[in-house]
Design a protein around this ligand. Structure first.
Ligand code: AHM
Ligand code: MG
Length: 334
C-alpha cells in the first residue's frame, strides 16, 4: 500500500486538482464515502437481516423489479447527499423524476449528482459483486434558485467527478476528478478507505470480452461479426479471447480497469437502445475509462459526447481497452 494514505487525506491533498476547489466537492465526496461504508456494513449482513435480500414488491421507472437493497441504497445516498448541503439536485435509477432540493442549502448547492445506487441488483441474492456508480456535475442554473432539468441533461464530458464503489471480495471506491483515476480499498476493521490503486491505467489491449451471449439471436449482424472475431483463432492477437460476464457492469468494468478487456451491452432487436442508462451508468464509467487511458463508445461515437435528452435514456455501451474498442467500432462500421 501507499504509505497508508486514506481517502479523506487524499481528497484534502488533491483539493487543488478539483476545478472549482473550495472544499464543497470534498464534502460531497465524503458524503458518498460515508454512504459507501453504511452500504458495506448492510451488504455484509445480507442473508442475516430481513431488509436486505428479496424484492421490495414494486417496479422502478424502468419497469424492473426493485429489490429491498435498491430501495434502501437509494434512500441512503439521497439522505447522505442532502445532509451535506452541497447538492441542488439528484437523479437516480430508482426515481422517476429528478429530486430537487428546495431548502436553503439545496438552492445554494452547486452540484448535481446522478446515481445508480445499486448496479447489478440481480446478483444480490447470489453473493456476487454489486456496486454503486455516480456522476457529479456543476449546475448550469443560477445558484440561489432550484435546480432545473437542463442541469441534469449535460453531456458526460462536463462531469467534474465520477466514481464507483464495488462490493466484491473487498470493497473499493474508485474515483476521478479529472486528474487520473485512483482506487481505495476499505478496511472494515477500522472503517477507513486506503489508497491501494494509485493512478489506475487500463491496459491498451486485453484478452477478455464480456457480453450477455444469451441475447445473441437478437444482435445485429455487425455485433455478431465482432463476437465471432472475439472467438476466432489468431495467435498473434491472442484470440480466441476469454469470455467473462458477471452481469454487474461495475464488476465487469472493474476487471477491465485492472486487466484490460472489452465490456459490451449492445443494442438488440429486443432492446433497440441497449439496456444501460446513459446518465448514471455509462457516463460516469466512460469518464473513468478515459481518465485511465481506456475508451467508451456507443459503437459509433464517444459516450461522453452524447447530449442527453432525458434522464433515463439508454444507450448501447462498449467500454474497456482502447485497441479493443477501436476494433469493435471498425467491425460495427463495416
Ligand atoms: P441494474 O442497474 O438494474 O442492475 O441493471 C444494470 C445491469 C448491469 O450491471 C449488467 O451488466 C446488466 O444489467 C446485466 O443485464 P443482463 O442480465 O440483461 O445481461
Ligand atoms: Mg444499473
Amino acid at each position: 500500500m501507499n504509505g497508508f494514505i486514506t481517502l479523506g487525506e487524499f481528497i484534502v491533498q488533491r483539493q487543488a486538482d478539483f476545478p472549482y476547489a473550495k472544499g464543497e466537492l470534498s464534502r460531497l465526496l465524503s458524503a458518498i464515502r460515508l454512504a459507501a461504508k453504511v452500504m458495506n456494513s448492510q451488504i455484509s449482513k445480507a442473508g442475516l437481516v430481513d431488509d436486505i435480500l428479496g424484492s421490495a414488491g414494486n417496479e422502478n421507472i424502468q419497469g424492473e423489479e426493485q429489490k429491498k437493497l435498491d430501495v434502501y441504497a437509494n434512500r441512503l445516498f439521497i439522505n447522505a447527499l442532502k445532509a451535506r448541503g452541497e447538492v441542488c439536485g439528484i437523479a437516480s435509477e430508482e426515481e422517476e423524476q429528478s429530486i430537487i432540493f428546495e431548502n436553503e442549502a439545496g438552492v445554494n448547492g452547486k452540484y448535481i449528482v446522478l446515481i445508480d445506487p445499486i448496479d447489478g441488483s440481480s446478483n444480490i441474492e447470489v453473493n456476487v459483486s454489486i456496486g454503486t456508480v455516480f456522476a457529479i456535475y456543476r449546475r448550469l442554473s443560477p445558484i440561489g434558485t432550484p435546480a432545473v432539468l437542463s442541469d441534469f441533461l449535460q453531456a458526460g464530458r462536463k462531469q467534474v467527478a465520477a466514481g464507483y464503489v464495488i462490493f466484491g471480495s473487498s470493497t473499493m471506491l474508485v474515483f476521478t476528478s479529472g486528474n487520473g483515476v485512483n482506487g481505495f480499498t476499505y478496511d472494515p476493521g477500522i472503517g477507513v478507505f486506503y489508497l491501494s490503486h494509485p493512478n489506475m491505467q487500463v491496459p491498451n489491449d486485453g484478452k477478455i470480452y464480456s457480453v450477455n451471449e444469451g441475447n445473441h439471436a437478437y444482435f445485429s449482424p455487425e455485433v455478431k461479426a465482432y463476437i465471432d472475431y472475439c472467438k476466432a483463432i489468431d495467435i498473434e492477437s491472442n484470440r480466441p479471447y476469454t469470455g467473462r460476464y458477471i452481469g454487474s457492469m461495475i464488476a465487469d468494468l472493474h476487471r477491465n480497469f485492472l486487466k484490460g478487456g472489452i465490456y459490451m451491452y449492445p443494442a438488440s432487436s429486443k432492446a433497440p437502445n441497449g439496456k444501460l442508462r446513459l446518465l448514471y451508468e455509462c457516463n460516469p464509467m466512460a469518464f473513468l475509462m478515459e481518465q485511465a487511458g481506456g475508451k467508451a463508445s456507443d459503437g459509433r461515437q464517444t459516450i461522453l459526447d452524447i447530449v442527453p435528452e432525458e434522464i433515463h435514456e439508454r444507450t448501447p455501451f462498449y467500454a474497456g481497452s482502447s485497441d479493443m474498442v477501436d476494433k469493435l467500432e471498425e467491425v460495427l462500421a463495416t
